[in-house]
Design a protein around this ligand. Sequence first.
Ligand code: ARG
Length: 565
Amino acid sequence: MIDYKKIIASKIKAPLSTAELESLIVETADDAFGDYAFPCFRLARVMRMSPVQIAEKLAAETELDDHIVKVQAVNGYLNFFVNRVELVWDVVSDVFAARGNYGNSDMGCGKTVCIDYSSVNICKSFHIGHLSTTAIGSALYKIYGALGYKVIGINHLGDYGTQFGKMIVAFKLWGDRQVVEKEGVQELQRLYVKFHQEEPLHPELTEQARTWFARIEKGDPEAHELFEFFKRITLDEVKTVYKRLNVKFDSWNGESFYNDKMAQPLEMLRAKGLITESQGAQIVDLSDYGMAPCLLVKSDGSSLYATRDIAAAIWRKREYDFDKCLYVVAYQQNLHFKQFFKVLELAGFDWAKDLVHVAFGMVSLEDGSMSTRKGNVVLLKDVIDKAVAKAGDIIAEKNPDLDDRDKVAEQVGVGAVLFSALENSRIKDIVFSYDRVLNFDGETSPYLQYTYARCNSILDKAGDYKSSDVSGDYRALDNPETLRLVKLIGAFPQAVRDAAAKYEPCVISALLIDVAQAFNRFYIAHRVLSDDIAERNARLQVVEATAAVLKRGLNLLGIEAPDKM
Ligand code: ARG
C-alpha cells in the first residue's frame, strides 16, 4: 500500500525531522475529517505560536499533488485527504498481485524462529487445556512462515519421569495390549489411576516402579519396548487431532531426548560457579533476582524439568541457530521460564534474550468443568466433535442443499474451536461456550467463513467478471462504506507483522472481524451487481479483494474457508 504517512511527513514544513513528523501522524477515525491527521501541539513551543495558528500556517504552505488532494486546518490539527480513487485501486491491485499470499513478506528471510508448542505428555490425555498452546503456536507458525522466516515447530514431548515406571508395573499387572490398542490413552490413564489406588495397600509396588524406571533409563529392551508402545498409543491419538486442526511439527524431540545432553551444561554451570549445594540438591541461587532457586539436580541425582529445558535451549541454539525461540506455554509456568532464562543469561549466553515465554490464560467450559480436575478431563477431541456436530445441525437448517455438508461442518466446527483461542489477547482466561463460538452472526469464525462464502456467491453470480479487467469505474467506490472496507484490507499486511511482533494472533482475528463487518455494511449500502458495467466491475474487485483477505487471514489462523456454506 502507498505509504501515505511518509508522503505527508515530507510535505509538512515544520522544524522536526521527517521521521518525527511521520511518527506523529495518525489515521482519522472519521473520514469526513480526511484520512490522516497531524496534531500541531508538539510544535507550539518550538514555533512559538498556538497550535491553531500553526495548523493554519502549515495548511497554507502544504503543496498538493496526485496523492494528497486536500488539506484542512481544524482546531490545531492538519487534516489530509488522500486521492481516494488511487487508494482503492492501490490496495485492490496489491491484493491481486499477491495471488492468494497477501500479507506475505520477506522480512524474515535468513532468520529462524523455533516455536515450542502443544508439547503433550505421553500416557496423558489431550484435553481442552491444550487448546490454546496448540492454536496459538500453530497460528504463530503460519504467521512467521508468511513473513519469510524459517520456522521450526517443536513438540517438546513430556516423555520422561518416574511415572513411566509406574505405568509399566500397572500395565504388566492389570493391562492388556488389545484393550490398550482399542481404548487408547483412556485405558492407560485407568491403569495409572489403579496403580495409585493399589500402592498404599501393596507397598512393594513402589519399589517395582522404581526398578522399571531405572530399566527405562538404562535402555533395557523390555522397558524400552513398553515405553515405545505407550508413546505410539498416545501419539496416534494426538496426531489425528493435529491433522484435523491443520497443525504441524518439524521436531518431536521431547524431554527424554536430552537424557544424554545435560551433563555438559551442568558441568559448564558448575565451572562458572553458578551451582550451589542445598540439602543434597544442586541449585542456582536466584535470590538476587527475587526468585526462588532453580533446582537442577535432586539429592538422588536425578534431573528436573528445568535441567532439560536448559539443555534443550542450548541444543536448539546449536542445531538451528535461532533468532528467537518461543515457548507457547500457560502462564502457570511463568516462574519456570523466568528461572531458566535467567540461568542461561547468568551463564553468559547473550542469546538468552531471544528466548520468549508466550504465555496464555486458562480455558474452562461454560458448565464449569475444568481441564485439570482428576478423572474429569474434557478431551479436545470431544469438544471438536461436538462443535462439528452442532455446526452440521446449523448448516442443515440454513442450507439443506449444500454439497459436501460434512466437510463444511468439519471446517466450521474446527474453525470455531480454534478461533475461540485466537480471538482475544492470549493472556485472558477463556470460558468456552459452544453457542457463542458457533454463532453465525457473532464475532466468530463461522461469521468470517460465512462472509467469505457470501463474497464468493456474489462473484459467482457476476458471471463473466474478471479481476484483471481494468475497466472498473473507481469513482463508484468513493463513499464512506467502501473506503472503510478498503482501508481495513490495506491494513492487513501490517496486522500480520504486528501479530508476529507481539506474538498475538488476535491482531489478525480482530482485523478480520472488522473487515467482515465493514464488508456487510458495504454490501447493504451498495448494489454490487449494478447495471452500469464499469461501476459493477469496480465493486466486484472490492468483493474479490475482501474474499482474498478473509481466506488468507483465516488460513494464517489455521482455519479453512469453505467456498460455499
Ligand atoms: N509438557 C509440558 C506440560 O504439559 C509443557 C512443555 C512446554 N515446553 C517446554 N519446553 N517446557 O506442562
